[in-house]
Design a protein around this ligand. Structure first.
Ligand code: URA
Length: 433
């Protein structure tokens, strides 16, 4: 097989055969196919798409390009979730213990922050002692003993996605549906859970900017997951506005703890309850209404919070920080950004808030940069709130005084304030099953 012919065929809109797709993935992972040919094929796929059969083969090839996790000993009880990425998206920190407290076995492999979006592994590393790398034996033993384990992606899982994602990031080929489906579902299939719930974000802070595009992505992922023998559901959720109030690693852990303690209500809790209920409904074959009321009850009774503490302790984290979140170190610089006019907050641009938090030290501008776990932004006003001139819109936490001016400009620009209260936007647009 000549790579030239494969690129040419896709460029002309042809359907790739199983052999062509599998040879591309194995050849690229082995370093036999250069980046320039892989880039050309990716771009041809962006222009001409892939049908369901091609996407399913590509997904399977990505999933099996490295190690896979065998969770068959847990039967159908295993449940995983994946978010397509957002700003202030700390749902995994809440949803994983919540679903585990209801009887699902939650084994999750999470990522680090990417661009303006945060990552669960960075957030968990705010907790002193928390181990994001476990051996395969430790991983399975903890899943058996505690019913929940959350680690970073192991060294040799889905190497095809690691290489392709880095290439897509610099060749403007990220937001292409068959490539996203194979990247996301490839990782989820390799991670082994029987049930998978996808949180597909829609809006300014997300890859999918419109509900229509997000729904197309969700439908494709559900279709491919089912074709590969898994239970899959996808929720389309808003990411025009950051989720919850905190953006930044330790700041988000604090907010997640407050939801798990049953102290914070509102959109973040609502999305987490819906995601956990869908996981439990699929894994335990419960009607969704029953799963929803069990999830609410677990937050109210403290069962979900107890499960979080058990999980963090099992992975070496210092639970004293979870019991008393004032122990997390506070950034040396704390600055309020105030409104220069009165009115109603009509929008908070998630992308701009995410970029400001990276400037403040909460994310990485380059791959190997250290992050500051105490840095970030806490929103004091949300969409629909009234605000007086001079009132605080948000608080910035940082050790980087030199980044303050730009970050302040960015967060100010993120807030839109008008004379009339905005219409309420949906938080969950749709569930696709
Ligand atoms: N997240 C992923 O893991 N892959 C994509 O392609 C897009 C978002």
């Amino acid at each position: 097989m000549r790579m030239y012919d494969v690129i040419y065929k896709k460029r002309k809109g042809g359907e790739l055969t199983e052999e062509e797709i599998r040879s591309f993935i194995s050849g690229y992972v082995a370093g036999e196919i250069p980046d320039y040919q892989a880039s050309a094929l990716l771009m041809a796929i962006c222009f001409n798409g892939m049908n369901e059969a091609e996407t399913a083969i590509l997904t399977d090839a990505v999933a099996n390009s490295g190690d896979t996790v065998d969770l068959s000993r847990f039967g159908t009880l295993t449940a995983d979730k994946h978010s397509t990425g957002g700003v202030g998206d700390k749902t995994s920190l809440i949803v994983a213990p919540l679903a585990a407290s209801l009887g699902a076995v939650v084994t999750k492999m999470s990522g680090r922050g990417l661009g303006h979006t945060g990552g669960t592994v960075d957030k968990l590393e705010s907790i002193p002692g928390y181990r994001t790398a476990l051996s395969a034996e430790e991983f399975i033993a903890q899943a058996e003993r505690v019913g929940i384990v959350v680690v970073g992606q192991s060294g040799n899982m889905t190497p095809a996605d690691k290489k392709l994602y880095a290439l897509r990031d610099v060749t403007a080929t990220v937001d292409c549906i068959p490539l996203m489906v194979s990247s996301i579902m490839g990782k989820k299939l390799a991670a082994g859970s029987h049930s998978i719930v996808l949180d597909v974000k829609v809006g300014s802070g997300a890859f999918m900017k419109t509900p229509e595009d997000a729904e197309e992505l969700a439908r494709e992922m559900v279709k491919i997951g089912k074709r590969c023998g898994r239970n899959v559901a996808a929720l389309l959720t808003d990411m025009d506005t950051p989720l919850g109030c905190a953006v930044g690693n330790a700041l988000e852990i604090k907010e997640a703890v407050s939801v798990l303690r049953g102290e914070t209500r509102g959109p973040l809790r609502e999305i987490c309850v819906a995601l956990a209920a869908n996981m439990v409904s699929l894994a335990l074959e419960l009607p969704i209404d029953e799963a929803l009321s069990r999830a609410e009850a677990s937050l109210d009774s403290g069962a979900a919070f107890a499960k979080m503490k058990e999980w963090i302790a099992a992975q070496g984290g210092d639970v004293a920080y979870i019991e008393d979140t004032s122990r997390f170190p506070q950034a040396p610089g704390v600055f309020n950004v105030v409104s220069d006019r009165a009115g109603f907050v009509t929008a908070i641009d998630a992308l701009k808030i995410g970029l400001a938090s990276v400037l403040l030290g909460a994310g990485r501008a380059s791959k190997d940069e250290e992050i500051d776990h105490s840095a970030g932004v806490v929103l004091r006003k949300t969409v629909g709130d009234s605000v007086a001139a001079g009132e605080t819109l948000c608080t910035l936490y940082t050790a980087r005084e030199d980044a303050l001016r730009q970050a302040t400009e960015d967060v100010r620009a993120a807030f839109a304030i008008a004379d009339t209260r905005p219409e309420k936007r949906p938080l969950i647009y749709k569930t696709v099953r």
